[in-house]
Write a protein that binds this ligand. Structure first.
Ligand code: DGJ
Length: 739
């Protein structure tokens, strides 16, 4: 998979080739990334052109056709002849930022190195380490490239080593930089806000620099640490896509520069606005990893590549290949207003409906009855739960359900015992009042004693009763992100040190509690990133539980992340976030497309609704393995003026298709849905068909007339299936085929 011949590195598998070479025995050049090729014989030689205002290094003063400003590089620097966005910036002791990284050596490693306190991909692979050394021997950089036989994903990262006898400061450290020979791209990024995460945006790459970033101390709801560069003609099914998903949960920056000579540079790394790192002699600094993914089969090919990779090579939880329990979470059912009796009433009802896990959300600890107090006081509120957690868990277990609990370990409130005892334990800057978010203050996880204290507090909660599941929340972004324990010249290390502290805690706790299923959450999907997936195999996708909003949120999330990682719950109407009334069927089927659960007061269901829920739950149990682990394909995304979505899930035995139409329109065309990626020579027998409910329902049972019928894969793909016209808004259809 990794070869070095004639000064050329060729990384390849059946999905891609990635080629670099060494120019003038020194400069590591990027030569090719794309569909696999057997050899790269320099069919597109380096363009040696004398370009005005593109200068030469002092080592080749007269070679006017060799300028770093023009040539495609692997890890470019600013400060001398390249004026494009740099991959790194190191400030030397004398205050300058000039360096020249020259090729020194390489190694091929047959086992993938783990990273200390950082998430890291794993599994059978080969890793290339290329060592570059600064001309003046101030520092060295090792670039890492890991190739997996079974995946289109290439993993990259970089390590800085101070080889001088003076301190240096890293002002910018990217995990990867890639130069493309042209700029004929559209950019896709996933933007949003709280309760509106990961909206797909596609626009033409224009000359200039486009930045996707977060300075919030979290990967954020606002911009996902993801980008795709796609050819203008690329669709869901065809065309080239080059994408990056940063394996990190803190502030980041992804920059794309379409520069003067029509080439493009992509740089992915820590956000230089919120980062710097002082390296003493002999010390090193490791960047997080980035997952680079090439697809020649459009956006669905890209998503499938990421889904398989994250499932196989990033998520560590022992639950990663298990179907997930159908849960009832009490948050939107009760908010803070619950007690033991209410929880047990929910558990009774959940059992009756066939649900499998009761999750006790925020408000069970300290004296927390609203969001003003008690974060950090991780002991039970015995007014609400008088018989203790062990009793509650036992009662839930007796009903045949699993038990889950909510925590928000990184936070405290002014009104808490923790804050009163340790007012200096929060992120803050001297002589500047600390800002609030949801009345919360952020604990300074860059400090070892804070991390140790909270790790221990969590340990006590997790071992206080036989807890099966934990939802880990984080409900504000970093302000005054500084730490009084660090010297002035290290203050900009705080955010990254915080992330290392946080990852370190989860490294320990997930290892100590392997039987707990952890769900990541940050006000919904504010830290839905590949970094957290390493520790936790699922994430609450969004605080927005409205089925219509969820169509776009889940479509965007699915671009990068597997279906089984996306928490999706049925909630009440009118919906609590947007006030919308949607059909019960749509709410159920949208929530099917993830780790299905309920987030409303199920004790208030009418008998008819209960009977419907039992049917939906029963059906989901039959088909969930296909939905959660099958190959996922987007058939329609915001089609027909944003009105229609269709999703397909397929495994060896079964094919599931869902179609959603938000509003009915008069004179709308009949939608023909062409299925995709099936085996043309296999037969698919339609076993179940659930169209939107007609007005006549009988005791919650759907009246559906359909014939069990067999179709060829070729017919389903090439002719397609026609959607029956049923006049209702918020229409949701589902087909189950067996192969
Ligand atoms: C934000 C989460 O996303 C919600 O699901 C809920 O857990 C609340 N926090 C609780 O405060």
């Amino acid at each position: 998979m990794i070869k070095f011949e004639n000064q050329q590195f060729h990384l390849s598998n059946k999905f891609f080739s990635y080629v670099m070479d060494i120019a003038k025995e020194k400069h590591l050049m990027h030569r090719y990334w794309g569909k696999p090729i057997k050899f790269f014989h320099d069919s597109i030689p380096l363009q040696k052109i004398d370009r005005g205002f593109s200068g030469q290094l002092a080592t080749f003063p007269n070679e006017r056709t060799f300028s770093l400003d023009v040539l495609p590089q692997e890890y470019p620097v600013q400060g001398h002849t390249d004026f494009r966005i740099p991959a790194y910036r190191v400030e030397l002791e004398n205050g300058t930022n000039i360096s020249e990284l020259n090729y020194k050596a390489y190694k091929i490693l047959d086992s993938k190195p783990a990273l200390k306190n950082l998430p890291a991909s794993f599994g059978e692979s080969q890793t290339l380490e290329i060592e570059l050394e600064d001309l003046n021997k101030n520092f060295a950089v090792k670039l890492y490239y890991t190739v997996f036989e079974d995946s289109p994903v290439l993993i990259r990262s970089a390590k800085f080593i101070n080889i001088s006898d003076k301190a240096i400061k890293i002002r910018h450290a990217s995990s990867a930089s890639i130069d493309f020979n042209d700029n004929d791209f559209d950019i896709i990024n996933l933007y949003g806000g709280h309760a509106a995460e990961r909206t797909i945006q596609r626009h033409k790459l224009q000359r200039g620099i486009f930045e996707i970033s977060s300075a919030r101390g979290a990967s954020s709801h606002q911009q996902s640490p993801f980008v795709a560069l796609v050819r203008p003609e690329t669709t869901e099914f065809t065309g080239e896509v080059y994408a990056a998903s940063f394996i990190y949960s803190g502030s980041f920056a992804i920059k794309v520069e379409a520069e003067q000579f029509g080439t493009t540079r992509l740089v992915v790394g820590l956000n230089p606005e919120t980062f710097s790192w002082k390296l003493e002699p002999g010390e090193d600094f490791q960047t997080p990893e980035v997952a680079l993914n090439f697809s020649a089969e459009g956006l669905n090919g890209l998503s499938q590549g990421f889904h398989n990779f994250f499932q196989k090579h990033l998520i560590r939880s022992k639950f990663k290949n298990d179907v997930r329990p159908i849960l009832i979470n009490n948050w939107e059912a009760t908010y803070f207003d619950f007690d033991e009796n209410k929880l047990l009433a929910l558990a009774d009802c959940a059992k009756d409906l066939g649900l499998e896990l009761l999750v006790l959300d925020d408000g069970w600890f300290g004296k927390r009855n609203d969001d003003n107090s008690s974060l950090g006081d991780w002991f039970l509120n015995t007014k609400k739960i008088p018989h203790g957690l062990q009793f509650l868990v036992d009662e839930v277990h007796k009903r045949g359900l699993k038990f889950g609990i909510w925590v928000e370990p990184e936070m405290t409130n002014e009104d808490s015992e923790l804050f009163r005892a340790h007012p200096d334990w929060i992120l803050h800057a001297p002589n500047y009042k600390t800002s609030f978010g949801r009345h919360q203050l952020i604990l300074d996880f860059s400090r070892a004693e804070v991390v140790d204290y909270i790790t221990d507090a969590m340990r006590k909660v997790f071992s206080s009763a036989p807890i099966d599941y934990v939802k880990v929340d984080m409900n504000r972004h970093m302000t005054e992100a500084f730490s009084p324990t660090l010297p002035a010249d290290r203050q900009f290390e705080t955010q990254h040190r915080y992330m290392l502290g946080l990852y370190g805690m989860w490294e320990k706790l997930t290892a100590e509690f392997p039987n707990i299923l952890f769900e990541n959450c940050s006000g919904g999907g504010g830290r839905f990133d590949a970094g957290f997936l390493y520790y936790m195999p699922q994430t609450w996708t969004s605080d927005n539980s409205d089925a219509v909003c969820r169509l776009s949120i889940q479509a965007g999330t699915g671009l990068a992340f597997p279906i089984v990682t996306q928490g999706a719950h049925v909630s009440v109407t009118p919906n609590h976030q947007v006030g919308r009334m949607t059909t019960f069927q749509m709410r159920n089927f949208v929530a099917y497309a993830g780790t299905y659960g309920f987030e409303l007061d199920i004790t208030k269901f009418t008998d008819t609704e209960k009977s419907e829920v039992r049917d939906y739950v029963k059906l989901y149990k039959e088909i969930r393995s296909t939905i959660q682990f099958g190959k996922f394909t987007r058939l329609l995304t915001a089609a027909y003026e944003g009105n229609e979505y269709a999703w397909q899930f397929e495994d060896d035995n079964r094919l599931i298709v869902m179609y959603f139409k938000i509003l009915q329109k008069a004179a709308a065309p009949v939608r023909i849905l062409k299925l995709a990626g099936l085996d043309a020579n296999k037969n698919y027998t339609l076993k179940k068909y659930l169209p939107p409910k007609k007005l006549s329902v009988d005791g919650g049972k759907q009246i559906v007339n359909f014939e069990e019928k067999t179709f060829g894969g070729d017919e389903l793909m090439n002719a397609g299936i026609a959607i029956e016209k049923i006049d209702t808004d918020f229409a949701a259809y589902l087909w189950v085929f067996e192969k």
